[in-house]
Design a binder for this molecule. Structure first.
Ligand code: COA
Length: 319
């Protein structure tokens, strides 16, 4: 994976926002739908409840508006909208087109699909746009996995849910942006373990996905740390993809990062794919768990099988 060239124009996150649909679906609700139990789901996944409903466009507008308001900028100042989603509302056009219009943006807008690694892919792509001259980029991760989940299949229905998280990235002139290292990966040969046909439901071989997930998260995070010349014990906060608490525990143990440093929201959000990392990061920010100068490691994995990681120095590397 390429290193960030010296002197390239960087960026910092100046606003963030989250959105979850109002409808709560608990494990006890699922007990009424198929043969499962709250105890089993909590023990095997860490998930207690999840939010379902809404649309990719609707949730993206909500989280995006919050991020823009927090950044305190005029929507017209935004140069680009990058929306990561695996569950667009329409085949054509991209969901980002409707989001761009509703938020009052006048800029290029496009969707990217890298499954649950999508937000981190989007973050890296957004930094690329900043390096090429964009000044303010809105980067959103949204998924409505409930639309592609078979609610009679206990193998998948215990995991997936809906949500959205957004950030505003603004360029910095002093050259010291927040992104210190990144890695994007994919292995299409593993596609058969996690996929949905167009118009179909998610099919998954859970055990195989679990095994690979831990390995590719650790690989990707290690590459990013090595590129940045940072050791795991310097990390103040890790924001992992929120798929299963046991995957997070296992990956953190292998990386040598204590669980107290992990941001987790999956107990009440479930796996929201593209939204999972920004939802967890935004909650940690709102709770004051991330301070200026902290090293924050985002690391995700997903269908494809994709993996992505990014190391941020919160607030940027002031020079
Ligand atoms: N409720 C109750 N029992 C269940 C169950 C459910 N929802 N699903 C499976 N079981 C049972 C199985 O039938 C099996 O019973 P048996 O031992 O009598 O045969 C037992 O529980 C163990 O099943 P198994 O499939 O081995 O469970 P697991 O520990 O692998 O957990 C997952 C299943 C799906 C939770 C786990 O494999 C996982 O999280 N994988 C990763 C999935 C993922 O992250 N996907 C998204 C990637 S972005």
């Amino acid at each position: 994976m390429p290193k960030i060239p010296a002197g390239v124009r960087g960026a910092v996150i100046t606003g963030w926002g989250s959105a979850l649909p109002p409808k709560v679906l608990t494990n006890h609700d699922l007990e009424q739908m198929f043969d499962t139990s709250d105890e089993w789901i909590v023990e095997r996944t860490g998930i207690r409840e999840r939010r379902v409903g809404g649309t990719t466009v609707g949730l993206s507008i909500e989280s995006g508006r919050r991020a823009i308001e927090m950044a305190g900028i005029d929507p017209l100042e935004i140069d680009a909208l990058v929306l990561s989603t695996t569950t667009p509302d329409r085949a054509v056009p991209a969901s980002s087109a409707a989001v761009q219009h509703e938020l009052g943006l006048r800029c290029g807008a496009f969707d990217i699909n890298a499954a649950c690694s999508g937000f981190t892919y989007g973050l890296v792509v957004s930094h690329g746009l900043i390096a090429m001259g964009s000044k303010k980029v809105l980067c959103i991760g949204t998924d409505c996995l409930s639309k592609i989940t078979d609610w009679t299949d206990r193998n998948t229905a215990i995991l997936f849910a809906d949500g959205s998280g957004a950030i505003v990235l603004e360029s910095v002139d002093h050259g010291g942006g927040q992104l210190l290292g990144w890695d994007l990966d994919a292995d299409g040969s593993a596609e058969r373990f996690l996929f949905a046909e167009v118009g179909g439901f998610v099919q998954m071989e859970g055990k195989e996905v679990f095994r690979r997930a831990v390995r590719i998260m650790v690989d990707s995070a290690t590459k990013t740390l090595n590129h940045a010349g940072v050791s795991a014990d310097e990390i103040a906060m890790v924001v992992p993809h929120q798929a299963n608490i046991r995957i997070i525990e296992s990956a953190c143990a292998k990386l040598g990062i204590p669980m107290e440093k992990a941001a987790t929201v999956l107990h009440y959000t479930g796996n929201t794919s593209s939204a999972s990392i920004p939802l967890a990061m935004n909650e940690a920010l709102d709770a004051g768990r991330i301070k200026h100068g902290d090293l924050v490691l985002l690391v995700g994995f997903g269908a494809g099988m994709t993996a992505a990681s990014a190391l941020l120095r919160w607030g940027g590397d002031e020079q």
